[in-house]
Design a binder for this molecule. Sequence first.
Ligand code: ADP
Ligand code: MG
Ligand code: ZN
Length: 650
Amino acid sequence: MNDAIKTILLWMVIGIILISVFNNFGPRRETEEKISYSAFLQKIKQGDVNTVTISDQNVTGKYQTGKTFTTYLPMRQDPVLLKDMLDKGVIVQGKQPDQPGLWVHLLNLLPWIIIIAIWIYVLRQQTGGGKGGAFSFGRSRARLLNADQVKITFSDVAGCEEAKEEVKELVDFLKDPGKFQRLGGKIPRGVLLVGPPGTGKTLLAKAVAGEAKVPFFTISGSDFVEMFVGVGASRVRDMFDQAKKQAPCIIFIDEIDAVGRHRGAGLGGGHDEREQTLNQLLVEMDGFQGSEGVIVIAATNRPDVLDPALLRPGRFDRQVVVGLPDVKGREQILRVHSRKLPLADDVDVSVIARGTPGFSGADLANIVNEAALFAARSNKRAVDMDDFEKAKDKVIMGTERRSIVMSEQEKKLTAYHEAGHAIVGLLVPEHDPVHKVTIIPRGRALGVTMFLPEGDRYNYTREYLESKISSLFGGRLAEEIIFGDSKVTTGASNDIQKASELARNMVTKWGLSEKVGPLTIGGQDEEVFLGHSITRHKEVSEATFSMIDAEVREIIDRNYKRAERILKENIEKLHAMAEALVKYETINLDQIHDVMEGKTVREPANWQSNKENSGKAKPKVKEKEKEESAEDKSLNANEGAAQADGSSVN
Ligand code: ADP
Ligand code: MG
Ligand code: ZN
């Protein structure tokens, strides 16, 4: 629970205790005798009463004896009572009704106290409990890193040389804005870093600050977007004010798409807040001259959704693309990250780089880290190639889960499924080469067929995509051919989904269909705002829609049939590979070749020792684990969520 609430609750408890203590130890009235109204009248008649004090309906009085009593008058006025009392010589006093005690006041306040507590709690949540405390929500939430706090330099960023070149200019400018102007240089104001996640955009922005040795304000686009209208805009204003005081400096807006989306997109308005924030950002960017020495760097992986106004001259007019690294880039990134690790002699970074097409810098950093962990776990002195290989598999496919115990039947089914993928993949044209097939469960997958592209691919041909669709169907088809329709599992649903997605994209996005032709339908279909996609779809007629459907279906049918034909024609290879898989659980490239050439499958190099290890590692079958694996099988796809672009896992 939140500290603020805790404190308030604590004070409330203390208060209540104090009040009840005061009430109990306050003026005691124990000596007072409580009597009924009729008894009271009786006493008056008998002349026993000396004085009474009446306050509203409460009566306290004194007997002639000096003892006190209290009673309570009925609502109905009794006109005779006063006369009777006066007749008997009772001294009658009136008194203002008692003021409610302190604690009654507090009790009345209680709901308010609770409301205020909740209010403060909500505000705290909103402001992330930052140093500003509860009432600073209009202030900028940018974090300021001082010049000496940014330790990252260009040497930490690898594999994106062009991007580095482009931002180096900013460093020159920040180091001495005056000199830059004297020489007539055009002063940059905003730079937009564009690229997929994990490619080092944040890193690059920090490196600019680190190289130039200037302060670095960092804020995420989502920090501007608030529940309260106007807060985002005032945050923007505040951030620019602060930055101007620190100039020369860098403002870094990470994930600017959160605030910089198209204005006016979406249904039913309700995006006023975001629009106001965006407008304020535009105003600020127009307002300052580059000469003030503030440079705004923003990063996004969705430049397509940005409001065009942001990209106009004088704003983020310069775009720097930070793309996925190529082979050489990956090698350099791996080197940067393994700089501080003791590497064994057999480590060849270029081999790892070649085996990781489509990986981002973040993925590669992750591999190096995992490799170091594997080495540490087995108490090695240096990280060797084996560790890297394991780390790569883990990052691509998820952790091996040897503890899942599959029944013989399940194992056989998975073996045929994976063999089906592999054999179709091997026998269709232009398919990525198979690298490894395994039926050891990994992550959420029960088995994995790994394909490794030879080089980096930037474009996909129709042939390539159709082959991929074929090999995706291979798994399910092999199950069907061997075990019959009734035994087919849900394990292939992910394959089928991927295949349909590919086919649909071929027709609607990449213009790779003969009948529909080069037509893009739906545009950026990940556009979140409903408003957009609705208007876009009007471009497409009903007739085109049904043509698309027919075309998608045809691509799928064609490749399904092709996969079926290949498997039926090569059924003995399918059997051989599945048997090898059941026996060895993982088969490597050599073994795959043996299968395809019809030879007996060789044993892998260190198979015996591996087998002993895994035998030892495997615990006795526990009922609970069995349940878990059964559940996994039914709920999850046969293949992992760890589908890394480029290195396809089928
Ligand atoms: P982005 O902001 O593009 O999503 P980050 O800059 O946050 O990516 O990258 C995350 C991490 O991945 C970095 O901290 C770094 O360790 C690693 N990394 C990413 N790209 C590179 C690169 N080009 N060179 C070195 N390390 C990188
Ligand atoms: Mg980032
Ligand atoms: Zn599959």
